[in-house]
Design a protein. Structure first.
Lengths: 77, 459
């Protein structure tokens, strides 16, 4: 559920970003497509945010695991 | 010296053929990328990892004008196109591109294009055949081939997985890849909004449409390019990989369920037939065999065991998927290339000047054609007369093994039921039609009155 809500927030962010940053330069024999280039830059921001959230969530998990383990150890002693 | 008709879009190089060998000219546009990749051992490592086709540097005698470097590639005996591939083969071609990107990004390189036609089946595995696809990465730029990757791989795979496998045939009319808006229209409503497909297809199509409108109205503003670092690019590739890995297909074929019953009640005949095919192949030692109507590839395997490259052609995508997954996933000692194609409507020549992509007939002739339990399908289901079948076989094969099934055969009776009008079909007419183009070298009568013929094409 958390994942989904983060995802849709990111989509909202992307949509806003599209209005704010309209173009990108690129040079290639292949037409990269302006829309495709814009989308990628916006997805990149989203992925960095996603990765950041992931790291933070993992840290929280580790923190709580340690906390509960400590409590368990104290109880057993 | 002949230029390869499909090699003209990229100005950095071109493929040409000389003395039955395959060469690639590298022009001034491609020199810097080529030299950089060579200096950084990119080619060497890519070849070692099995991503890229081998090459050796060749001399500059008898090369096209403007050639700065010339390299020689091994010849690929059978080129196939995405509309002929099974679902898993297209998926593996997509993953090959992503593997290649994962390898190249940390080294400061990337793929300049993501063209499905650049992947071919070679020595038992899929391989990238365009050496010049590797280029130095443009700093802070998004992936230039992202759009092409989505059109060539993600869109057709997603539509085939969630809508209908037969949509892979749409490739034939869209040789530059599936238009993203079309792919989105073909997807079921809920799939359009699944995270990966929402990002890379639905929103992608929307952004393309919006940017097109902006360009048309000349309202485009110039801004500074956005930063798109290695981490972002790797993230994009990871996301594409995750989306593509989730796409799966579960095909069931009626042919498979029938196949066992056919084999059970005619097991003696199956042994006779197998022995005849084995014996003929061991005598002939063909290098290239086309198994027309290859079904689950049983006879393709026999031919492949003799060392031949076998192209197993069947109209049922479930059969080609089965062969690709089961036969090709083995250690590839036997080389079988499954191809999905309706033989009554084989691949035509397509693209620029109708020469860019070759028809099936142009890619022949094979040394040996296997047409086992096929003729009656072409005559009764597709209404192709026997003489036209013989004529086409002579165009695509030097030798062929053809199985004739009489009118009272249960399988033939099934097809002729409820047919009031049909083309002439008897052993005499079969012999007469094939006799025009072929000489009979050997024949074998089976207990069920079917007859196997081994033909040689008349010169």
């Amino acid at each position: 559920m958390k994942k989904i809500s983060v995802f849709y927030l990111a989509v909202l962010y992307l949509s806003l970003s599209f209005i704010l940053f309209p173009s990108v330069n690129a040079h290639a024999y292949l037409d990269p497509g302006t829309g495709s280039m814009i989308l990628q830059t916006l997805l990149a921001s989203f992925m960095i945010i996603g990765t950041g959230i992931g790291i933070f969530r993992n840290k929280l998990k580790i923190f709580f695991k340690r906390l509960f383990n400590k409590e368990k150890k104290n109880n057993t002693l | 010296m002949n230029f390869e008709t499909a090699s003209f879009r990229d100005p950095s190089g071109q493929i040409f053929l000389r003395d039955d060998k395959v060469f690639r000219s590298i022009y001034s546009d491609g020199v810097e990328d080529f030299e950089a990749a060579r200096q950084n051992n990119i080619y060497e490592e890519s070849i070692q990892k099995g991503f890229l086709i081998e090459h050796t540097e060749a001399g500059l005698a008898s090369v096209p004008e403007g050639t700065i470097y010339c390299i020689e590639h091994p010849c690929i005996p059978m080129i196939t196109y995405p509309w002929e591939w099974s679902f898993s083969m297209l998926k593996d071609a997509a993953l090959l591109h992503l593997d290649m990107m994962d390898f190249l990004i940390p080294k400061g390189f990337w793929l300049r294009d993501a063209n499905a036609f650049n992947v071919q089946y070679h020595n038992g595995k899929l391989i990238l055949i365009d050496t010049l696809s590797i280029g130095r990465r443009t700093k802070n730029s998004p992936w230039v081939a992202y759009n092409q990757f989505c059109c060539h791989f993600l869109a057709p795979l997603a539509v085939a997985a969630y809508s209908d496998i037969r949509t892979l045939g749409l490739w034939r009319s869209n040789i530059n890849g599936f238009p993203l808006d079309l792919a989105v229209r073909l997807l079921p409503m809920l799939r359009k909004y699944s995270p990966g497909l929402l990002m890379h297809l639905t929103m992608h199509a929307h952004f393309q449409k919006k940017s097109q409108k902006k360009q048309n109205l000349k309202t485009k503003k110039t801004t500074q390019p956005h930063k798109f670092n290695d981490m972002a690019l790797s993230g994009l590739i990871r996301s594409l990989r995750k989306t593509i890995s989730k796409l799966k297909i579960n095909l069931k074929s009626e042919i498979w369920s029938e196949y066992d019953s056919i084999r059970t009640y005619k097991s003696d005949d199956v042994i006779l037939k197998t022995d005849f095919v084995k014996k003929t192949i061991s005598q002939l030692q063909p290098e290239m065999v086309w198994d027309l109507g290859g079904n689950t590839g049983e006879f393709s395997m026999i031919a492949a065991k003799s060392g031949a490259l076998v192209v197993s052609i069947d109209g049922d995508p479930a059969c080609t998927e089965f062969i690709y997954k089961k036969r090709c996933s083995k250690k590839n000692e036997e080389r079988i290339l499954p191809v999905t194609m309706d033989l009554a409507n084989p691949s035509p020549s397509l693209g620029w000047e109708s020469e860019e992509r070759k028809s099936l007939t142009q890619r022949g002739p094979a040394d040996l054609i296997l047409a086992l339990a096929l003729i009656h399908h072409l005559v009764f289901s597709s209404n192709v007369p026997l003489n036209r079948i013989a004529k086409w076989f002579a165009a695509v094969g030097k030798y062929c093994i053809v199985e004739f099934m009489p009118l009272d055969d249960p399988m033939v009776r099934t097809l002729t039921e409820n047919r009031t009008e049909r083309h002439p079909y008897s052993l005499e007419e079969f012999k007469s039609a094939f006799g025009t183009f072929f000489t009979v070298l050997e024949s074998q009568q089976l207990n069920n009155n079917r007859i196997l013929f081994f033909f040689q094409r008349k010169n």
